[in-house]
Each structure stands twice: as structure tokens, then as C-alpha cells.
Design a protein around this ligand. Structure first.
Ligand SMILES: [Zn+2]
Length: 162
């Protein structure tokens, strides 16, 4: 009984802009500004996608889903996560656990962390207790602290049984 393990990390930042919806981890939030980007700019699902691709040595989200491709204009970023998982599974990889940190001065994410966790777990097809979502402010400094952007960092472990 053994297995091969791989770790992957993902990081992303998007600018906050007027007239955009705010979607974090697939959960739409009520907020006066949202994230700017080609897709729905879900910074959390982008970081998760890059962590998955990184663990499996499959490149990055920009390689697979170029923002020059009109297919992805304003699209639901859940498709990036499910597509990445679909690329891992035929090689025998499955996700062991995921740890996510969201950096946002506002809105307050405490009330929605559990919903984001449950949604990501559903997209990955794993138990909710294998996913952790943490929220940090920018402590009032830098582009995140000034409320100009939201960032996210994700770390994932994948396993292939021998
Ligand atoms: Zn992104």
C-alpha cells in the first residue's frame, strides 16, 4: 500500500472595479465592486486551478485557457477547476486536500467562508472537510489593503495510488 504524492501552489490577484459582479470561490457576493478580468475573474477558483495544474505539472491557467479566447469571456470560472480535475483524473490523480487563503480588505468574508469551502469541495468532488478556506485582510496597506484588489493563494495535495 503506497502512493505518489504531489503538491501544487497557485496564486492570483485581480483588480476591483465598478460595474462588475464579485464572485469568490463560485459564490456571488453582494458588494458595490467586483473583480475585473476576461472571465468572471474569480480569483479564488483561478488560484485553485493553478494549484491543481501545478501539482500535476500541467502548466498554468493561461496556457490552457488563454484570455485571448472569446470562449472564456465573462465565463464561470468553475469550468477551469472542473476541466483541471478532468485532466488529472485519467492519470490516476485524486485530490487529497486543499488549503486556500483569500486576501481581501472588504467585504468581510467570515460569513461566507463555509459556503466557499462547500462549493470548492463540490467542484473537486471531495469531502468538505478536505478543504479549508481562510480569509485575511490587507491590514490597510498595499493594493489589497487599500481595497484596490483581491488576492488568493491555494495549496493542493494530490495522490496517485501505486
Ligand atoms: Zn485570475
Amino acid at each position: 500500500m503506497g502512493g505518489t504524492f504531489r503538491v501544487g501552489s497557485g496564486h492570483d490577484t485581480h483588480r476591483l472595479a465598478e460595474g462588475r459582479p464579485l464572485v469568490l470561490g463560485g459564490v456571488r457576493m453582494s458588494h458595490p465592486r467586483g473583480l475585473a478580468g476576461h472571465s468572471d475573474a474569480d480569483v479564488v477558483l483561478h488560484a485553485v486551478t493553478d494549484a491543481l495544474l501545478g501539482a500535476a505539472a500541467l502548466g498554468d491557467i493561461g496556457d490552457l485557457f488563454p484570455d485571448s479566447d472569446p470562449t472564456y469571456k465573462d465565463c464561470d470560472s468553475a469550468r477551469f477547476v472542473t476541466d483541471a480535475v478532468a485532466r488529472l483524473n485519467p492519470d490516476g490523480w485524486r485530490v487529497v486536500n486543499l488549503d486556500v487563503t483569500i486576501f481581501a480588505q472588504e467585504p468581510k468574508l467570515g460569513p461566507v467562508k463555509a459556503r466557499i469551502r462547500d462549493n470548492i469541495a463540490r467542484l473537486l468532488g471531495i469531502a468538505a472537510d478536505a478543504v479549508n478556506v481562510k480569509a485575511k485582510t490587507g491590514e490597510g496597506v498595499g493594493h489589497i489593503g487599500r481595497g484596490e484588489a483581491i488576492g488568493c493563494q491555494a495549496t493542493v495535495l494530490i495522490e496517485k495510488k501505486d
